[in-house]
Design a protein around this ligand. Structure first.
Ligand SMILES: *Cc1c(COP(=O)(O)O)cnc(C)c1O
Length: 429
């Protein structure tokens, strides 16, 4: 179970990671900035590998959660593949040297151009496309034929299971845009010869994100297993792999998500040697947040304390353009001072950014030390997933740099954007 301070700790009173104190990072690249712990990515990956030992498995890191090429390189070198959702992410995977045969391409709206690039990526193209509709399948088939290739495909199954997570990141209900119903998939299988450019080899699944219970996953896995059993009676060439998606939750505050060991045990039970399924399949998973979430923090400096009667505001130099989750989903992130504060009076405080939106608030009504003031550093925790990767330039704010800490060394893996970067491609008239 990954927790906000698992990879960041106070050493001699200063928040540090991998032997480097965060004030040192702030001196080096300024604030706001994203700070990642290499160990933070590698530990959950290793735990997953351990949990899936003995199964024919592939862990595909969901690139959209944290897509810097140095991060993709880090997880690839640790043996992982990548789950992509766009041509841009495929380009990143290429720069990071991810093995094409460890790449799966998900998403409801792949363009013909993205399909062609992925089919020709590397020598043999990517491992598989997770296809989400009949019309997408037809388009992919046509493009593959035109290129003289065969597209390896998993059909994304929407099991109509309630993931019981935030509605914005729940994806496995009938009303959601994602995947296909059992009936739609069976119909495709019955007419699979009408898609000559396609090799139907898998079933994929992803019911949502930040899941805090295994129960919906279990329901979805059982329905998937039953669907594969039905497909076995229809398809000339049997399904070879199942992609169980990502979604396992992490601790942002006090949540108690299932452990990686429990998650892997569920996978083994449904698809491993003791599964009711008579034959063995290759098993893919697509964890994002589980790997990146608690591996990163957003480091920011207090610009002003605005004192009010009932609650104060700490205005910091990071904003919603840097970390969108609180504004977008009302997400909770712990916020801690980089220099541990001696016990003293506290006051209800909002930590807010400079952007002209009331939703530009990282932490609402937290009891924070009154001593925290102008010039102090604050770390917004659990910001590794959907942090930088969701950041933007609203209010014409250059995006923050990203820094990776590994074995006591600071590596700037992305520079702070300049004002010139902000206007790149714009022209007068
Ligand atoms: C976003 C996404 C993931 C990763 O989700 P996490 O909750 O970060 O693990 C995996 N698979 C697909 C298809 C996704 O869209």
């Amino acid at each position: 179970m990954s927790t906000p301070l698992e990879f960041f700790e106070y050493k001699k009173g200063i928040l540090s990671t991998g032997g480097v104190s965060l004030d040192h990072v702030a001196d080096h690249v300024g604030t706001p900035c994203y700070v990642y712990s290499a160990e933070g990515f590698l530990k959950p990956l290793q735990e997953l590998k351990k949990g899936l030992k003995g199964l024919d498995s592939l862990i595909c890191f969901a690139a959209k959660s944290c897509s810097n090429i140095a991060i993709l390189d880090l997880v690839a070198k640790a043996g992982a593949g990548v789950d992509l959702v766009s041509g841009g992410e495929l380009f990143r995977a290429g720069l990071a040297g991810v093995s094409p045969q460890k790449i799966v391409f998900s998403g409801v709206g792949k363009t013909p151009g993205e399909m062609a690039t992925a089919l020709e990526f590397g020598e043999a193209g990517i491992f598989a496309f997770n296809v989400e509709s009949v019309s997408e399948l037809a388009t992919l088939s046509t493009i593959a034929e035109e290129l003289g290739r065969t597209a390896t495909v998993a059909l994304r199954f929407n099991p109509d299971v309630n993931a019981k997570t935030h509605p914005a990141v729940s994806t496995g209900l009938k009303k959601h845009k994602f995947g296909m119903s059992r009936a739609e998939i069976l119909k495709i299988a019955e007419g699979i010869e009408s898609f000559p450019g396609i090799a139907l080899a898998g079933i994929s699944l992803h019911i949502g994100s930040q899941l805090l219970s295994l129960a919906p996953l279990k329901d979805a896995f059982i329905l998937t297993r039953e669907l594969i059993e039905e497909l076995d009676t229809i398809l000339p060439d049997l399904i070879r792999f199942v992609d169980l998606g990502g979604g396992l939750g992490i601790t942002y505050s006090k949540e108690k998500p299932p452990t990686i060991a429990q998650y892997c045990a569920l996978i083994a039970k449904q698809f491993g040697p003791k599964s009711p399924l008579k034959r063995r399949l290759k098993i893919l998973i697509e964890p994002g947040r589980l790997i990146s979430g608690n591996a990163g923090v957003l480091l920011t400096e207090v610009l002003y304390r605005k004192v009010r009667k009932d609650k104060d505001f700490l205005v910091v130099d990071a904003a919603m353009n840097d970390l969108l989750r609180p504004a977008l989903y009302g997400s909770h992130h712990e916020a801690v001072p980089v220099f541990a504060m001696p016990k003293g009076p506290r006051k209800k405080t909002d930590i807010v950014g400079p952007v002209c939106e009331t939703s530009d608030c990282f932490a609402a009504e937290r009891p924070l030390p009154k001593a925290l003031n102008q010039g102090d550093l604050v770390a917004i925790l659990s910001a590794g997933a959907y942090g930088f990767s969701m950041s933007g330039n609203y209010n014409s704010r250059p995006r923050a740099p990203e820094v990776l800490i590994r074995e006591g060394k600071i590596r700037v893996i992305r520079d702070r954007e300049s004002y010139e970067d902000l206007v790149k491609g714009e022209r007068l008239e």
